[in-house]
Write a protein that binds this ligand. Structure first.
Ligand SMILES: *Cc1c(COP(=O)(O)O)cnc(C)c1O
Ligand SMILES: [Zn+2]
Length: 417
């Protein structure tokens, strides 16, 4: 049983059938999935959701599949924790972390969108799945395609982190590294999608793919005890996740699952690639594309597909946007690890660094509920920390050497860059 009515152009409102379409043929606006909420209301309740297995498919009526998923059976329902130690450091009363750094199977929030996209590609009858990726999407498409025995082609910029490249090739995906930026990779992939008829998860089936991000928002609401936070900070690359978290909260309100007023959403980007943040700060309608130069490679999209809509989502909610330097990103990665025992990738450093800044600026009040969106795992971007953190102290296996070390004070653990 499907609750999808069809697709609708976000610009001119023209309706389309639920097919493998992504742009409006009249105005070139992006298409979005439309649901029959009245029908959903008759079958879905908080009790029904709570009785289901702890994965993203517990909200399946609100996801755009006609049948059952074919892959990603354990995706979602990632940990949600009260971050008391970090809250103390930041001087805030009620801080939470939604931790998609441990999502299944490839340790980032992209496992959500890919599980939906590949299942949908199968429903449409595609034989090959593909993507243009800044790293995490590559990992997830490769792993999930392998798990459901589909052929996959993954296109990445040639300068990605080694771990992210390895974590794609290992699944047997055909990986093509392009000499150029993500935006150039993406342009080429649009041509390939048209020519070869493959399902590019984030291009020609993007309307379905993007809906997978909503589950991040549903889980935050459910895990808070069917409440919404007052503030949520979200890292932005193409700008899709932030708009879908807002959509998820709106849908839950509409279905009567939560009562809170609108959550303020805040966008986070690295200073070396902050086209959406710049537009928010300047009050600009249009995004001016940039050439990325940042260690946060997973967020390095200079011409974000959903930039315009993310600016709109931030403004409508009463939120704001900020950016942080590469050094601030690393400091924040260390802070999260040291206070909460969570090793996030550079994108998580961006999210926490921006949160700290917004609290210091007084944009986010200290006495209201705040959720940090941690979207990726630190084990995948280790090279960003080389030379920036202390190394182990090496001694002989002798008690005297250890005694010396203990008596030497903290100097032995200094950073040796
Ligand atoms: C892709 C990605 C994002 C941003 O997602 P968009 O929907 O493109 O804005 C955030 N964090 C991580 C770790 C990502 O890989
Ligand atoms: Zn249109």
């Amino acid at each position: 049983m499907s609750y999808i009515k069809g697709l609708k152009c976000r610009e001119c409102g023209k309706d389309y059938p639920k097919e493998a379409l992504h742009v409006c043929e009249f105005c070139f606006g992006p298409l979005e999935v439309v649901y029959d909420y009245d029908a959903i209301k008759t079958v879905l309740s908080k009790d029904v959701i709570a009785s289901r297995r702890p994965n993203m498919w517990r909200y399946k009526e609100l996801l755009p599949l006609d049948g059952e998923p074919v892959v990603g059976f354990d995706v979602g329902f990632t940990p949600f924790i009260r971050a008391r130690n970090l809250g103390k450091v930041l001087g805030v009363k009620e801080l939470y972390i939604k931790n998609d750094a441990v999502n299944s199977p490839t340790l980032s929030f992209k496992d959500r969108v890919v599980a939906v996209a590949i299942s949908k590609a199968r429903e449409f009858g595609f034989k090959v799945v593909a993507c243009a990726s800044t790293g995490n999407l590559a990992n997830s498409v490769a792993a999930n395609a392998a798990a459901c025995s589909m052929d996959s082609y993954v296109f990445i910029p040639a300068d990605l982190e080694k771990t992210k490249v390895l974590g794609t090739v290992v699944y047997g995906s055909k990986v093509v590294a392009i000499k150029g930026s993500y935006d150039e990779v993406n342009r080429l992939c649009s041509e390939i999608a048209g020519k070869y008829g493959w399902a590019f998860v984030n291009i020609n089936i993007r309307p379905y793919y993007a809906e997978g991000s909503k589950a991040f928002g549903y889980e935050v609401a459910e895990q808070m005890g069917w409440r919404l936070p007052r503030h949520i900070i979200v890292p932005m690359a193409g700008g899709s996740l932030i708009t879908k978290i807002k959509k998820a909260f709106n849908e839950f309100r509409r279905l009567g699952f939560v009562e809170e007023m609108e959550t303020k959403v805040y966008g986070a980007q690295p200073t070396g690639c902050a086209p959406i943040v710049t537009a928010v700060k300047d009050g600009a309608e249009l995004i001016r594309p940039v050439k990325p130069n940042t260690i946060a490679k997973s967020l390095a999209i200079g011409n974000p597909a959903d930039g315009y809509y993310s600016v709109k989502a931030i403004k409508e909610s009463g939120g704001w946007a900020e950016d942080v330097s590469d050094n601030e990103i690393i400091e924040a990665m260390k802070l999260l690890a040291e206070t909460e025992g969570i090793f996030t990738e550079t994108a998580g450093g961006v999210t926490l660094g921006v949160t700290k800044k917004l609290i210091e600026q007084g944009r986010i009040p200290k006495d209201e509920s705040i959720v940090l969106s941690i979207t990726g795992n630190g084990l995948k971007t280790q090279e960003s920390l080389y030379g920036k953190i202390s190394e182990p102290v090496v001694i002989e296996a002798k008690i005297a050497e250890f005694d010396n070390l203990l008596n030497s004070g903290g100097d032995a653990y200094a950073i040796r860059a």
